[in-house]
Write a protein that binds this ligand. Structure first.
Ligand code: NAD
Ligand code: UDP
Length: 319
């Protein structure tokens, strides 16, 4: 296939480029570097099956030649207001990537008769009242709350994707991604894993926001990419959750990172400096992915952290 990947210079997009090239496909990467990093694609320079366009997906997209699949991953994705690259600080760009970018990429898929995949998110469930979250749960989102620019853009994107499927017969897929980590994450984007792993490698206490009782589950990137590829090759049009169902509190997560890295500095509790509406519990129900895709994560937190450490050390100049 000849596959267009938006957000190609980002964390997930760059791993997707690698995986789909390794499967023998031709990949067209597109990114405007608003939160991504050209370094994530540097190793693909000279690859004859890879081309790259620096382009903002909020604007009309023209891709010469045929396109067999479009994977729309372009969007700011970090929730931490302290990071300049967080969606809190890029509110209009985030809404445009989710709304106009989804419209433009669906237009490309429609024009080329291509398969389409939208990268959606667990954030469409908001601060969930159902636990764990099944795909049938419609969510608990405040349309004007602090996270709305991201959550509502993705909810609009899902609605538009289903509208193109139902109205124009576009062969669409929606992946609802839960917290994922691994090499090529932005060390400065303020998410829990980059903060904690950086702090642990520097021998500093880990900054737990609030009392650390809020829960998440963390999926290693290779597991996630495997699920995404299986979904791309499937015929499933309804949303599919992909993430690790192993739920833990943020305090347990911090302690696990300290244990794995041998950091003795412990944790420090900070007031919840983030927005209100930090979801209190989050855990994917992955029954649909298990049933339809035969997929579940295989890589333990310990193994995933070990695989991530060399990248962090290199970025931090520690080796
Ligand atoms: P990222 O910031 O590393 O990658 C996003 C990429 O999109 C960046 O390279 C950025 O420059 C690019 N981009 C943003 N707006 C653009 C625009 N208008 N035009 C062109 N390029 C643009 O983030 P990520 O973690 O790799 O996330 C990728 C996708 O997966 C996002 O859509 C995000 O919402 C979704 N997602 C990620 C996670 C996660 O845990 N990483 C969880 C849920 C959903
Ligand atoms: N968090 C924390 N310390 C940090 C960064 C994040 O305690 O240094 C918490 C944050 O409040 C949230 C959880 O870790 O409850 C996961 O945050 P992240 O930014 O990774 O992603 P989210 O799941 O909120 O999208």
């Amino acid at each position: 296939m000849r596959i267009l990947i938006t957000g190609a210079a980002g964390f997930l997009g760059s791993h997707l480029c690698d995986r789909l090239l390794a499967e023998g496909h031709e990949v067209i990467g597109m990114d405007n570097f608003i939160t991504g990093n050209p370094q994530n694609l540097a190793h693909l320079a000279g690859n004859k099956r890879f081309t790259f366009y620096e382009h903002d997906v909020s604007n009309y997209i023209f891709v010469p030649g045929k396109v067999d699949a479009v994977l729309h991953f372009a969007s700011p994705a970090s929730p931490n207001p302290k990071s300049p690259r967080a969606y809190f600080n890029l509110p209009i760009q985030t809404m445009k990537a989710g709304a106009l970018g989804t419209h433009n990429t669906l237009g490309v898929a429609k024009a080329h008769g291509a398969k389409y995949m939208l990268a959606s998110t667990s954030e469409i469930y908001g601060d969930p009242l159902e636990h764990p979250q099944k795909e049938t749960y419609p969510g608990n989102v405040d349309p004007i709350g602090p996270r709305a620019v991201y959550d509502e853009a993705k909810r609009f994107a899902e609605a538009l994707t289903m509208a193109y499927h139902r109205t124009h017969g576009v062969d669409t897929r929606i992946v609802r991604i839960f917290n994922t980590y691994g090499p090529r994450m932005d060390l400065e984007d303020g998410r829990a894993l980059p903060n904690f792993l950086k702090q642990a490698l520097l021998g500093q206490p880990l900054t737990v926001y609030g009392d650390g009782s809020q829960t998440r589950s963390f999926c290693y990137v290779d597991d996630l990419i495997e699920g995404i590829v299986r979904l791309l090759y499937s015929d499933e049009h309804l949303p599919v959750n992909l993430g690790n169902p192993h739920e833990m509190t943020i305090l347990e997560f911090a302690e696990a990172i300290n244990r794995i890295t041998g950091n003795k500095a412990g944790v420090v509790f900070l007031p919840d400096a983030r927005s209100e509406r930090d979801p209190q519990r989050r855990q994917p129900d992955i029954t649909r992915a298990r049933t339809i895709l035969g997929w579940e994560p295989k890589i333990s937190l310990e193994e995933g952290i070990r695989r991530t450490i060399p990248y962090f050390k290199k970025q931090m100049g520690l080796e």
